[in-house]
Design a protein around this ligand. Structure first.
Ligand SMILES: Cc1cc2nc3c(=O)[nH]c(=O)nc-3n(C[C@H](O)[C@H](O)[C@H](O)COP(=O)(O)OP(=O)(O)OC[C@H]3O[C@@H](n4cnc5c(N)ncnc54)[C@H](O)[C@@H]3O)c2cc1C
Length: 560
C-alpha cells in the first residue's frame, strides 16, 4: 500500500483518506472495504490516478467504485443529504477519498448534521485531521458561508504555489521583506514542468523535475495548505475547502490550468498502458521514454489539441526527440510517425516554422492538420479523430497505433470558470499590460490561468511575476510608477538531442530574442540553446526565478 495512505474512520460505515493509487485497492479489499467513492474530479492534480484506473482494479477484486464530486467551499445541506443517500445505497464499509480526505469529510458533515450534535461532528472530523468548523458555520447559517467569520486575514494572498505563485512571492519579498503574505496551495510537491519533456526523452531523471513544496516556499510566507474553492471578490475573501474563509487586501491568482483528460473518451482507462502515454503527466513521462526505447518499428502517433495549451511546443517536442532517438538507433526507417494537430499550423511563430519543417522532412513525419483526437481504444490500439474537411464539415477517422503520445485539451480550472473572476471563456479576465484584473483592481492574475493571448509558459510567468510584484506594491504606495508586461513567452523546441530552435516572442508571434543572433539565432536550431535548456534553465528556474533573482526579467515601466 502507498506509504502516504492514511485511512481515518468517521464511523463504522465510512472512512476517508487522500488520493489512492491502483496498488492500494488490493490492500483496501484486504481491510474489508466493499466500496470506494472518489470525491475528486479526475485531472485535478498533475500526478493523479484517474477513477477509471481505480475502478478497473476494484471490479477485478469485487469492490464497487463510484464518482461523486463537489465544490468543497460550497457544500450545501442538499448535497450533504444526497451524499448520505448515495453512500447508503453502496455496500459498506466504504472508503471515500479526495486529494486529502477533506472534501469527503466535508460531505459527510452535513449528511450527518440531522443525526449528530454539531460539536460531535467537529470532534470526529478533528480526530480524522480535518477542521469542520467552517462547514458547521455554513450549516448553521442555512447553507451559506458567512464570510464575516474569517479564519485569517493577510495583506497579500497568493492562490497557487506553482511557477508563477512562488516567483511572485519572492519578487514581492525582494522589494518589501516584511510584507505579510500567505500562499494557498494544497500540493506537497512542486513540479518543474518544462523538465517533463526531457524526462520523456531520457535526458533527465524524473526526480530532477520535482521538489518538496515545504522546502521551496520562501521563508516568512504563511503556507495555507488547502485548496481554494470559491472567490468572493466584493468582500475581499476566498473560501477554502471545508468552508473556511480567508480575507485579503490584495489577491494574486495563479492556480494554473486544468488538463481535461476525460474529454477524450477511453483515454483515462488506458493511459500508462497499451502504448498510450503523455509527457503532460509527471508519472507518465518515464513511460514515454520506455515506449520510445522499446519501439523498433510500426506506427507512432503524436497528438496536439486545440489552443490554448501550456507550452504549445511541447507536443511536437516529444515527437522530435523520439524520432531523433529512433534515427540514432537506426530504426527510424521502420517507424511511421504521424503528427495529428487539431490546429492549422506547425507552430504559432511563423519565423520558426521553416527550421521545424526541415526536421519534419528529415524524420519523415506525416502532418495532419485539423485532426483532433476524440477517443481511444487502448486494448484494440486504435485512436479516433475528428477531421476538419475543406468544405467546413468534419469526418471521423480511426487509425491504429503501436505508440501514441497524447496531449489533452486544456481549460481554466473548474473553480475559476464558475467564479466572478472569469471572463465568458472561463479564464481570468486580466489587463494584458498591468496584469491587474479588469473589474477587481486589488486582484492580480498571472501564469497559465489568465486570458492574456501570450503562450502559456513558465518563461512567461518568469516575466510576469516581477510586473505583478511591482504593481501590487505600487497600489500600496511602496514603489513608484507602473510596470507593464510585454506578453513575452518562449518555447525551446527540442528538435534533436543536442539542438534546440529557441522560439522567443511577444504578442502576435513577433520575435523577441534575448540573445544576439551570433550566439543564438532563434530561427535556426542551436547547440548553445540546447546547452542552455539542459544546463542553465533548470538552475535559472530553481535558484533564480524561485529565489527572487530577476535575471533578464526586470519589469519594464510605463512611460510617465
Ligand atoms: C510537458 C510540459 C512541458 C513544458 N515545457 C515548457 C518549457 O519548455 N518552457 C516553459 O517556459 N514552459 C513549459 N511548460 C509550461 C509551464 O510549466 C507552465 O506554463 C507553468 O508551470 C505555469 O505556471 P503556473 O504557476 O501558472 O501554473 P502551475 O505551475 O501549474 O502551478 C499551479 C499551482 O496551483 C495549485 N493549485 C491548483 N488548484 C488550486 C486551488 N484550488 N487552490 C490553491 N492552489 C491550487 C497547484 O497545486 C499548483 O501548485 C511546460 C509544461 C508541460 C506540462
Amino acid at each position: 500500500m502507498d506509504k502516504c495512505l492514511d485511512i481515518k474512520s468517521l464511523n463504522s460505515h465510512l472512512s476517508v483518506t487522500g488520493q489512492i493509487a491502483v496498488a492500494d485497492v488490493q490492500a483496501l479489499a484486504d481491510l474489508g472495504f466493499k466500496s470506494i467513492v472518489c470525491n475528486r474530479p479526475d485531472g485535478e492534480g498533475a500526478y493523479q490516478v484517474g477513477l477509471k484506473e481505480i475502478e478497473l482494479e476494484a471490479l477485478r477484486l469485487g469492490l464497487q467504485a463510484r464518482y461523486l464530486t463537489v465544490e468543497t467551499g460550497k457544500v450545501t445541506d442538499a448535497e450533504g443529504r444526497a451524499f448520505g443517500s448515495f453512500m447508503g445505497a453502496l455496500p459498506q464499509p466504504a472508503l471515500a477519498y479526495c486529494r486529502s480526505g477533506m472534501r469527503s469529510t466535508t460531505l459527510w458533515a452535513p449528511a450527518n448534521a440531522a443525526q449528530l450534535p454539531l460539536p460531535q461532528i467537529i470532534e470526529i472530523a478533528a480526530k480524522a485531521g480535518h477542521d469542520m468548523k467552517g462547514v458547521v458555520r455554513r450549516i448553521v447559517n442555512g447553507g451559506k458561508t458567512p464570510v464575516e467569520v474569517s479564519e485569517a486575514t493577510h495583506e497579500v494572498v497568493i492562490v497557487g504555489a506553482g511557477a508563477a505563485g512562488i516567483a511572485v512571492a519572492v519578487s514581492l519579498l525582494a522589494r518589501s521583506p516584511d510584507l505579510d503574505i500567505a500562499i494557498v496551495d494544497p500540493a506537497d510537491t512542486h513540479y518543474y514542468q518544462p523538465g517533463w519533456t526531457m524526462v520523456g526523452a531520457g535526458v533527465f531523471d524524473a526526480s530532477f523535475a520535482a521538489r518538496k513544496m515545504a522546502a521551496l516556499l520562501p521563508y516568512g510566507v504563511h503556507w495555507i495548505r488547502a485548496a481554494v474553492a470559491t472567490f468572493e471578490p466584493e468582500r475581499n475573501a476566498i473560501v477554502l475547502g471545508g468552508c473556511r474563509v480567508v480575507n485579503y487586501k490584495q489577491l494574486i491568482v495563479c492556480p494554473g490550468l486544468k488538463l481535461d483528460w476525460n474529454s477524450i473518451e477511453g483515454l483515462s482507462e488506458t493511459l500508462g498502458r497499451n502504448g498510450v502515454t503523455s509527457n503532460y503527466r509527471y508519472d507518465l513521462a518515464p513511460y514515454t521514454w520506455e515506449l520510445v526505447q522499446q519501439m523498433r518499428g510500426g506506427k507512432a502517433i503524436f497528438t496536439q489539441p486545440p489552443m490554448p495549451i501550456k507550452c504549445a511546443g511541447a507536443p511536437p517536442k516529444a515527437m522530435y526527440l523520439s524520432a531523433d532517438h529512433w534515427r540514432r538507433e537506426g530504426v527510424l526507417k521502420n517507424i511511421n510517425i504521424q503528427f495529428c494537430n487539431a490546429g492549422a499550423v506547425m507552430f504559432g511563430v511563423a519565423d520558426d516554422v521553416p527550421a521545424l519543417m526541415e526536421y519534419v522532412k528529415a524524420y519523415g513525419i506525416t502532418l495532419d492538420f485539423g485532426r483532433n483526437l476524440a477517443s481511444i481504444n487502448g486494448a484494440a490500439k486504435t485512436a479516433t479523430f475528428s477531421q476538419n474537411k475543406a468544405d467546413g464539415t468534419k469526418e471521423s477517422v480511426t487509425q491504429g497505433f503501436d505508440m501514441i503520445h497524447v496531449v489533452p485539451p486544456q481549460k481554466a480550472p473548474d473553480f475559476i470558470c464558475v467564479s466572478p473572476l472569469a471572463d465568458a471563456t472561463g479564464w481570468v479576465d486580466v489587463d494584458p499590460a498591468s496584469l491587474s484584473h479588469k473589474r477587481f483592481e486589488n486582484v492580480f492574475p498571472l501564469g497559465d490561468v489568465g486570458n492574456t493571448t501570450n503562450v502559456k509558459t513558465a518563461a512567461a510567468a518568469r516575466k510576469q511575476a516581477p510586473v505583478v510584484a511591482h504593481n501590487v506594491l505600487a497600489t500600496r504606495g511602496l514603489v513608484k510608477g507602473q510596470a507593464k508586461y510585454d506578453e513575452y513567452g518562449s518555447c525551446p523546441l527540442t528538435v534533436e538531442r543536442g539542438k534546440i530552435v529557441l522560439a522567443e516572442f511577444t504578442y502576435g508571434g513577433k520575435l523577441a530574442p534575448s540573445f544576439p543572433k551570433w550566439l543564438i539565432d532563434g530561427t535556426e536550431s542551436s547547440a548553445v540553446a540546447w546547452y542552455s535548456k539542459e544546463r542553465i534553465l533548470p538552475p535559472l528556474y530553481w535558484d533564480a526565478m524561485l529565489k527572487g533573482r530577476e535575471w533578464m526579467a526586470q519589469p519594464e515601466m510605463v512611460d510617465q
